[in-house]
Ligand binder design. Structure first.
Ligand SMILES: CN(C)C(=N)NCCC[C@H](N)C(=O)O
Length: 230
């Protein structure tokens, strides 16, 4: 539990830090004038893509460890049952490094980059669009608007990210027992052939239910922090 929390804190600060700074460079508009001189959607999209690209590099190893730990099914405390492969995040990292090398720690990172670069562009564009649509021109959005816009931004990003998310998880688990996939394209083709198109949206409902409150609070905190520091 403490592991995902620590990685989310790091990854979100990288994402929002890169996004705000790239947007500042592209628009030359300081934060205080953001709602009176709104940025173009293409600039918001580009800054979001850049944030997603950089985030995916920091997130890769953390995400791999999380997926491996979450997919361990051996009961931990049951006497006589087989020992779980990993005893915790550090042990998981050490044993991946030992058995699969540094490259093993980056398994799935390429798919993560493909997943996060465009979908984080969509994330920030949805947020901005909703805020502008629900707020009179030139005014700051209310806290309720920020919460709802953040929630919808999270859902929009997960709707577009889920197909590659499914593939990424499969790639990250591949090779533990046997190697099933020769690469991203092979994994997509064989998942589609064996399970049909629905496979690309597996987990979307539960992910969206989680994404709404998480991203509502994320954007509200972001806006408050900017106002506090601004
Ligand atoms: C890959 N996708 C869809 C995203 N990274 N979307 C942005 C939301 C991030 C947020 N920490 C969450 O987990 O919902």
């Amino acid at each position: 539990m403490s592991f995902p929390i620590a990685s989310i804190a790091l990854v979100n600060s990288v994402l929002f830090g890169v996004y705000s700074n790239v947007l500042l460079v592209l628009t030359a508009t300081p934060y205080q004038e953001r709602w009176t001189h709104p940025a173009m959607y293409t600039d918001i999209f580009l800054a979001g893509c850049m944030g997603g690209f950089v985030q995916s590099y920091c997130l890769g190893p953390f995400d791999l460890i999380k997926v491996r730990l979450q997919n361990q099914t051996e009961p931990r405390l049951k006497p006589g049952s087989p020992q779980p492969r990993y005893r915790g995040p550090l042990h998981c990292m050490a044993s991946i490094l030992q058995k699969e090398g540094v490259q093993g720690l980056l398994r799935g990172s390429g798919t993560l980059m493909l997943r996060d670069t465009p979908t984080l562009g969509i994330y920030f564009v949805t947020y901005e669009w909703f805020c502008r649509y629900s707020t009179p021109k030139g005014q700051e959005p209310s806290s309720t608007t920020v919460l709802v816009a953040g929630g919808f931004a999270g859902i929009a990003s997960w709707v577009t990210a889920t197909p590659l998310d499914v593939i990424k998880c499969r790639m990250q688990m591949d090779g533990l027992k046997e190697r099933l996939y020769r690469g991203v394209v092979h994994c997509m083709a064989s998942s589609l052939r064996q399970e049909g198109p629905g496979v690309f949206f597996r987990g979307l409902t539960i992910n969206s239910a989680r994404a709404f409150p998480v991203n509502a609070v994320t954007f509200l905190s972001y806006e408050y922090l900017l106002r506090w520091w601004g």
